[in-house]
Design a protein around this ligand. Structure first.
Ligand code: SF4
Ligand code: SF4
Length: 287
């Protein structure tokens, strides 16, 4: 099964949930698609890491062929091109490598060259294969790196946990595309409820089966829990508010590998998750 783990903002516990679910599985693949700030590797400390560059195509111009018509500048919706001092200038950090400008130029004055925008790292940590996407600072989009990570998922037949970027932008949409099920991680505050609503609307839009994990759970009012009950979102688990857990996380320790109470909690979530995915797969195959 392929499980995407989402949250409306960073710091909600998305990486904590993905890392511990992957570690609680017998054999699994953890994929860090939070390419602007990957941090799952700090917990797994993978060994035998294979680092591969990710390249995209960036246009460059032959000034002798260019007529100065500026059609390419008008075409680029990302404002990555400007006509300055009788020549076209490329702002390559804004370019999304769509290839449109070079297709459009009637004078064939635009060529493409490769540019490295980041890396993927593949390693192993006990029972978990770890794939991490890393976007170089200042680059405009991590989508090409996420696409490469998703190719790895297709190659491997394992329980896979996709640690998505926070929010609901295009990198998140790309990250959940291949998933069988989405876990929405939420905090027990009004802001947490707002963030939960954001990712809930996204998974509904993509028609993805989903459930929630309530993190930092305490007795008393819990606006995120209320949102789940109002919208019939299955609550897969409740991770209690625990200062010791904060200490464990800050030291980069994987809770399920060290503490039985968390091993039991995540094994139970995993069992419920497998049941959910089986059920959803059976329903979908009927249609
Ligand atoms: S479309 Fe081609 S010819 Fe026109 S400005 Fe751009 S590069 Fe030059
Ligand atoms: S490849 Fe696409 S995004 Fe990049 S400069 Fe050309 S039109 Fe703009």
């Amino acid at each position: 099964m392929k499980i995407a783990v989402l949250s409306g903002k960073g710091g909600t516990g998305k990486t904590f949930v993905s890392v511990n679910l992957a570690a609680a599985s017998k054999s699994s693949l953890y994929v860090d698609c939070d390419v602007e700030e990957p941090n799952g590797y700090l917990f797994f400390k993978p060994e035998n890491v294979d680092k591969r560059p990710i390249e995209v195509k960036i246009p460059y111009f032959n000034e002798e062929l260019c007529s100065g018509c500026r059609k390419c500048v008008d075409f680029c919706k990302f404002n990555a091109l400007a006509y300055i001092g009788n020549r076209v200038k490329v702002f390559d950090r804004l370019c999304h490598s769509c290839g449109g400008c070079s297709l459009l130029c009637e004078r064939k004055a635009i060529f493409e060259k490769d540019k490295i925008i980041g890396f993927i790292e593949l390693g192993a940590s006990e029972n978990v294969q770890v794939a991490t996407g890393i976007l170089n600072t200042g680059e405009s989009t991590g989508v090409p790196i996420i696409k490469k990570l998703l190719e790895i998922i297709k190659e491997r037949d394992k329980n896979t946990f996709i640690d998505c970027p926070p929010g609901s932008a295009c990198t998140v949409m790309e990250s959940i595309k291949e998933s069988d099920y989405c876990i929405l991680v939420a905090e027990p505050t009004l802001f947490g409820r707002h963030n939960l609503k954001m990712v809930y609307e996204l998974v509904k839009l993509f028609n993805k089966p989903h459930g929630a994990i309530l993190n930092k759970y305490m007795d008393g009012d819990n606006p995120s829990e209320e949102f789940c009950l109002e919208n019939h979102i299955k609550i897969l688990g409740k991770v209690p508010f625990d200062k010791n857990l904060a200490r464990i996380n800050s030291k980069g320790i994987i809770a399920v590998r060290e503490y039985e109470v968390y091993r039991n909690l995540f094994k139970k979530i995993l069992a419920d998750l497998e049941e959910e995915v089986r059920y959803e797969t059976a329903i979908n195959s009927k249609w």
